[in-house]
Structures are given as structure tokens and as C-alpha cells.
Write a protein that binds this ligand. Structure first.
Ligand code: F6P
Length: 346
């Protein structure tokens, strides 16, 4: 009797990031070439799974996508388990998902996404579906792994932006504020701030005092450093409506009288081709996810811990966020080099 080919599904959910196609390719090529599996891709994240909207992914379709930004499958922020109505009732979407999974004869489903995606993936795993998660996000805040793909590319783009702000800040002797993404986690602000030589880095994890920020800027002027670069995560707490950058710009101008300009980097930091490091990471994750299916290591998320690939239980991951600890070694390095986190004079 010939053995039935395994059939697997892939989806990409949540905000997009560079490296998604490299991960799809890593899964697909390993599954097809090494294990002879059939692969289908669901369109637009969990929406495709709910609506049975999918495409067959043959090896030919996986060629030429390694360097492409975004995701060939599309994505959405669909949350199938979100309660509906005034009373918060469950909806039928999870039932549609289970029906489609079974009807398509799937042996496993790979969910590529961030924290929200992993939470849903864990719930589907508890329903009895064979799930493997792959962590991605420019925010680098997925619990259970040391690093997500997308992060390195976003740091690269933000660093380039900061480099460009340096020259114009110097010419005009201004304070330049650059706002990067990160609602809850300051990884991107911290790493782009350090690689771009920011003077002040503000992150959601470290409450800042605006007078500390201004004192640092004034001190730099006294020390003949006529311009300053402030890198801020979008999610810092502040008293105004509007962007973190515009709040800082107003406050710095008011307290110091120094000319200040703001830049909100926005979606540019999420678009375009992945860096080599992200291509490699996404490829490793994709490969390892296919290996996990072959070994039937379900209900897990692939992760990198101390540079090694591991499969961590989705139960440990779902619903958590990996924030920057105040004791993070990078923060210690920065402080010892004179970088301010706006909390020095609290
Ligand atoms: O991908 C993560 C993230 O970039 C956050 O840092 C950001 O706040 C959010 O997505 C915004 O994305 P969207 O507007 O697509 O919901």
C-alpha cells in the first residue's frame, strides 16, 4: 500500500514584516523537497482559513520569493475567537476553521505571526488541530524566543533614517526626534537608537521624565554638542493626544527653547526586502517548522534560544509579550556610554 502524502497548510497573520516570504519558502521547500508533502497557503491570515480561501503552493511558486517584502499570501488582523455582540458571545468562526481543516485533509497547519497569532494558534491546538507557530514581528516581542524575523530589517531601516537625521540635525543645530514602532516593547527604539547613535532613547518599559530629557539636551549644548537625536517608541506614556514625537517636540521646544523637529517613520520600517540576517532566520524557522511536522512535534512554536533552534510549547507562549527588562545588558551599555533614557532625574 502506498503511503498517503501529508498535506499541510500555511498562513501569515497580523502586521506584515520583511522575511515572511523567506519563511513560507523555507517551510514549503523543505516540506516538498525533503518530505514529499503537499502544501497549501491560506489567503489573508485566519480569514482564509475561516472562508476556505487558499492556493496550492508548488515548488515553482516558492522560487524567487526569498527577497520579496510583505507576504505572497496576504495577511489580516482577523481574530477568530473574538467574542461578538453586546453580551460577548462566542462566534462560529472556530467551527468553520475546524471544518475546513478537516475537509481539506490537512495533517498540520503552520501559523506565522506575532503574539496575537500565537494566542489563536494555541487555542486551535487545544481544539485538536496539529499546529506549529513561527514567530515574526518587527517589534521582536514574541515570548519564548530570543529573536523574531523582521526585527533586523526594521532596525536597519530605522538606523538609516537616523543616520540621515544626524546630518541635517548637525547642519541646523536642532533637536531631531524620530518615532519608531513599538506599542508595548521598546526593542526597536533601543536597537535602532544604539546603532544610529541616538543621544536619548525613550521606551514604554522605562517611564521618562520630560525634565530629564530636556536637561540632557541642555547639557549637550553646554558641552558644545549643538544637536541631539531622540529616538522614541510610539508606545511611551505621555499626557497628550497625538503622536509621541509631537508631544516631545512641543515639550522640548517649550522647556529648552531649542529648535526641534520630528519624524514619524511609520510603515516604511515594515516594508521592503529583508536583510540577509532576516532571510537566514526566517529560512531556519521555516525549515525547522517543516521538520517539526515530520516529527509530529505539534502544539509548539519554533524559537531561537541561545542561537539554537527549539520547539517551545504554544501554551507557554500564547497571550504573553516579551518586553525589554530594565536590566537588559544593552541598556547598561548605553547608560555607561552616556545615553539617556529620560529617567535619570526622576
Ligand atoms: O507589526 C507590529 C506593529 O508594527 C506595531 O509596532 C504597530 O503599532 C502595529 O504593528 C501597527 O500596525 P497596523 O496599523 O497594521 O495595525
Amino acid at each position: 500500500m502506498t503511503k498517503r502524502k501529508k498535506r499541510i497548510g500555511i498562513l501569515t497573520a497580523g502586521g506584515d514584516c520583511p522575511g515572511l516570504n523567506a519563511a513560507i519558502r523555507g517551510v514549503g521547500k523543505t516540506a516538498i523537497v525533503e518530505y514529499g508533502m503537499e502544501v497549501i497557503g491560506f489567503r489573508a491570515g485566519y480569514s482564509g482559513l475561516i472562508n476556505n480561501d487558499y492556493i496550492e503552493l508548488k515548488e515553482a511558486q516558492l522560487s524567487g520569493i526569498l527577497t520579496l517584502g510583505g507576504t505572497i499570501l496576504g495577511t489580516s488582523r482577523e481574530k477568530p475567537y473574538k467574542l461578538v455582540g453586546e453580551k460577548g458571545e462566542p462566534n462560529a468562526k472556530p467551527d468553520h476553521i475546524i471544518h475546513n481543516y478537516e475537509n481539506l485533509g490537512l495533517d498540520a497547519l503552520i501559523c506565522i505571526g506575532g503574539n496575537g497569532t500565537m494566542k489563536t494558534a494555541n487555542m486551535l491546538s487545544k481544539e485538536g488541530l496539529n499546529i506549529i507557530g513561527i514567530p515574526k514581528t518587527i517589534d521582536n516581542d514574541v515570548w519564548g524566543t530570543d529573536v523574531t524575523f523582521g526585527f533586523d530589517s526594521a532596525v536597519f531601516i530605522a538606523t538609516e533614517a537616523i543616520d540621515r537625521l544626524h546630518t541635517t540635525a548637525n547642519s541646523h543645530q536642532r533637536v531631531m526626534i524620530i518615532e519608531v514602532m513599538g506599542h508595548n516593547a521598546g526593542w526597536l527604539a533601543l536597537y535602532a537608537g544604539m546603532s544610529g547613535g541616538g543621544d536619548i532613547i525613550l521606551m514604554p518599559e522605562l517611564p521618562h521624565n520630560i525634565r530629564s530629557v530636556c536637561k540632557k539636551i541642555e547639557k549637550r549644548y553646554e558641552d558644545n554638542k549643538a544637536y541631539s537625536i531622540v529616538v522614541v517608541a510610539e508606545g511611551i506614556e505621555h499626557p497628550k493626544t497625538g503622536s509621541a514625537a509631537s508631544y516631545l517636540s512641543d515639550a522640548i521646544t517649550t522647556y529648552t527653547g531649542i529648535e526641534t523637529r520630528e519624524t514619524v517613520l511609520g510603515y516604511i520600517q515594515r516594508g521592503g526586502s529583508p536583510t540577509p540576517a532576516d532571510r537566514i532566520l526566517a529560512t531556519r524557522y521555516g525549515f525547522f517548522a517543516a521538520e517539526c511536522i515530520a516529527k509530529e512535534c505539534f502544539g509548539t512554536m519554533v524559537a531561537v534560544r541561545d542561537t539554537r533552534l527549539e520547539a517551545v510549547p504554544l501554551d507557554e507562549v500564547g497571550g504573553k509579550t516579551r518586553l525589554v527588562e530594565p536590566t537588559d545588558p544593552m541598556i547598561e551599555i548605553a547608560r555607561k556610554m552616556g545615553v539617556s533614557f529620560g529617567d535619570e532625574y526622576l
